[in-house]
Design a protein around this ligand. Structure first.
Ligand SMILES: [Zn+2]
Length: 288
């Protein structure tokens, strides 16, 4: 499942490709994804110019020139695939995407006025798209209850401390709560807690003062690092397959059960435990 850094990488890829372009053609091959698509979806998108592409939590926000926003979520398995114009300039060098082969999971296909194609491919159909007037976006049912953006400067130690105050769950579980902070999935919760030296089992309400300062810094750092890694692979991904947003990271604790802690002073084995049905990876020696 894509997490915030992957979605941010997709956002950057789409913005690069679509900002300023007109959606010359829109093919809608299903009436629904996770939810029904809005009435006249393709018709309402066709001919619109893309002003910019934004993001809120793991939602992509394609801002259109008629004041509507194309709200999109990749779900569990959704991906955006770019295809260069047919017979167009070979600007991206090697490009191996199998053109012409129609994939039955390409549910929505946008063709820009410069010939570039953006396909929304989603085998499991947990993804969604909606068209929302910009002024109503903040009140949209999927958006209105979202907590703060982790990379927003307003998300600081004070803001997180306030949300953790009185919370009786573990800090790991609290970080996955989208009302506490958005976009942190299992991987980055594990990584941020390791970097901050905080045990995933610690009660959320006890993460205050210096601990919460370390944790906020760690959350921002792990996300920034992952986005930077995504950015550096973005061009390669477009060149190789046209698929945006999925990339491999090297994790410090995530999925490293039984392997040595990356801290040279430690070298104890990384442990795994299950919290709220999800695997947590941590070092009991470095995290308190
Ligand atoms: Zn350790």
């Amino acid at each position: 499942m894509p997490e915030l850094p992957e979605v941010e990488t997709v956002r950057r890829g789409l913005e690069q490709r679509l900002a300023g372009r007109v959606l010359a053609r829109v093919d809608q091959r299903r009436a629904d994804l996770r939810f029904p698509l809005p009435r006249d979806f393709a018709k309402r998108l066709t001919g619109r110019r893309v002003v910019s592409v934004g993001r809120r939590a793991k939602y992509l926000l394609v801002n259109l020139d008629d004041g509507n926003v194309l709200l999109a979520h990749l779900g569990m398995s959704g991906r955006m695939v770019l295809e260069k114009p047919k017979g167009g300039p070979q600007t991206l060098g090697k490009f191996h995407h199998d053109r012409g082969k129609r994939d039955r999971h390409d549910h929505i296909v946008l063709t820009a006025d410069d010939g570039w194609v953006v396909k929304f491919n989603d085998p499991r159909r947990f993804g969604m798209m909606d068209l929302v007037p910009a002024e109503r976006l903040a009140g949209h049912k999927l958006i209105k209850n979202l907590g703060p953006e982790p990379l927003d400067p307003a998300f600081d130690a004070q803001a997180l401390a306030l949300r953790l105050k009185g919370k009786k769950t573990s800090i790991k579980t609290a970080l996955l709560d989208q009302r506490v902070v958005v976009g942190i999935g299992n991987i980055y919760a594990c990584e941020a807690l390791f970097r901050a030296g905080i045990s995933p089992k610690r009660l959320a309400r006890t993460v205050q003062g210096a601990r919460v300062e370390k944790l906020v810094a760690a959350i921002k750092a792990v996300l920034d690092d992952a986005i930077a890694a995504g950015g550096s692979t973005l061009r390669d991904y477009v060149q190789a397959s046209g698929e945006l947003g999925y990339f491999q990271h090297r994790f410090q604790v995530y999925d490293r059960e039984g392997k040595a802690c990356v801290s040279r002073a430690c070298r104890k084995k990384v442990r795994r435990l299950v919290q709220g049905g999800r695997s947590t990876f941590y070092c009991a020696n470095c995290q308190r």
